[in-house]
Design a protein around this ligand. Structure first.
Ligand SMILES: [Zn+2]
Length: 176
């Protein structure tokens, strides 16, 4: 039986020119560059998400909503800024991925994020929620950092941290 080190990727889908700003982190957060230009950010879950996947996304949303200055709210209709979806694929090494759509250095509706249930299906609820929170961190503008942090790019290297901590909260609050 193969033991996979699951890396979590952030991919930027570039629409037009993106100006990327690197910030040397004095604190344990880093920025991708773009951010949302308005708040609240509307989110919508794909109807095909399983109950476990729905719960994970909801948990991540709730954490950022209650802990940080960004406001997330359920999209009133079928149009949202962030779409939270799921796939099941054994052919990739990521358990979650985010595809921000960017124009002129700002996030544009609609950003798609996925949980890969091929892997997250066997995670504990807390760990699955952690992948959702990590992807949401990308979806709001956070980049990877090393060490024991929610935004570490490899799920096994997060040292069991599956919810935003002071570092991610500080990063988001600097952006919004
Ligand atoms: Zn990531």
């Amino acid at each position: 039986m193969k033991t996979a080190v699951i890396r979590v990727g952030a991919a930027l889908v570039l629409v037009g020119a993106m100006v990327s700003v690197s910030v040397a982190p004095a604190s344990a957060y880093a920025f991708l560059g773009p951010k949302w230009g308005n708040s609240p950010v509307t989110v919508l879950q794909d109807g095909s998400n399983s109950a476990a996947t729905r719960s994970a996304w909801r948990g991540g949303n709730s954490d950022f909503n209650s802990m940080t200055d960004i406001k997330l709210e359920s999209a009133p209709g079928s149009v949202a800024m962030i779409y939270q979806r799921s796939v099941s694929s054994a052919n990739v090494t990521w358990d979650g991925i985010t595809y921000p759509k960017v124009r002129s250095g700002k996030y544009q509706a609609s950003t798609n994020m996925y949980l890969n249930t091929r892997y997250t299906g066997s995670y504990t609820n807390a760990k699955r929620r952690g992948v959702a929170a990590h992807e949401l961190g990308h979806g709001l503008g956070l980049d990877h950092v090393s060490g024991c942090h929610l935004m570490n790019g490899a799920t096994p290297s997060r040292c069991g941290i599956y919810r935003p901590t002071a570092d991610e909260i500080a990063g988001i609050n600097k952006l919004y």
